[in-house]
Write a protein of this length. Structure first.
Ligand SMILES: [Zn+2]
Length: 186
């Protein structure tokens, strides 16, 4: 089976399946699923290191702006409509929501605690289309002190994840509902 992993931190492709860290940026890579006799298994990778974790600057900018669906759409509204009432009603809330959501994910990656979780669903997000591309939406569940939480992330490259796959989730530090997959996807 041909496995092509992309580093979620720097978007470099890692062809060598034995690598646990990216050759380019040193960031941890997601584990590779193994297929034996047609049965696909994915084991939980290494736990995230304890907080605070350093987040590379290019990754930060990508999460906040260049891969942030709501910020891109909000930005398009601003460019097309300027500071009109439509922008105020639609564009501004989109920008605000996209920006705070991304900030929360970055805080969880840098300062959050970790918990093992499970993938619930991996599907195209048909509600969004940017540059003729639709992102993938990965929904996952995790538990914090006995309470079940759900989260989701967008990925622009098809992730090698399937429902029920084990994943690491980083959450918090202010709110257990704010979370991100570890390592992040592109
Ligand atoms: Zn990398």
């Amino acid at each position: 089976m041909l496995v092509q992993r992309t580093c979620g931190w720097c978007t470099t492709t890692a062809a060598d399946v034995s690598l646990s860290n990216c050759r380019n940026c040193g960031g941890p890579l997601p584990p590779v699923p193994v297929s034996m006799g047609g049965v696909r298994t994915l084991t939980l990778g290494l736990a995230p290191p304890p907080a605070p974790r350093s987040i590379p600057e290019p990754y930060r900018n990508r999460v906040l702006i260049w891969k942030n669906v709501l910020v891109i759409l909000g930005g398009i509204f601003t460019l097309c409509l300027g500071w009109t009432i439509v922008f105020g009603l639609i564009g501004a809330p989109m920008l605000y929501l996209g920006w705070t959501r991304a900030q929360g994910k970055l805080r969880a990656l840098a300062l959050g605690r970790s918990a093992p979780g499970r993938v619930i669903e991996v599907d195209r997000d048909y509600t969004v289309k940017i540059n003729n591309r639709r992102p993938w939406k990965i929904a996952y569940a995790y538990e914090v002190e006995g309470a079940r939480h759900e989260g989701w992330v967008h990925a622009w490259e098809r992730p090698d994840l399937a429902p029920d796959d084990p994943v690491w989730v980083v959450w918090g530090p202010d709110d257990p509902k704010v979370s991100c997959l570890w390592p992040p996807v592109v």
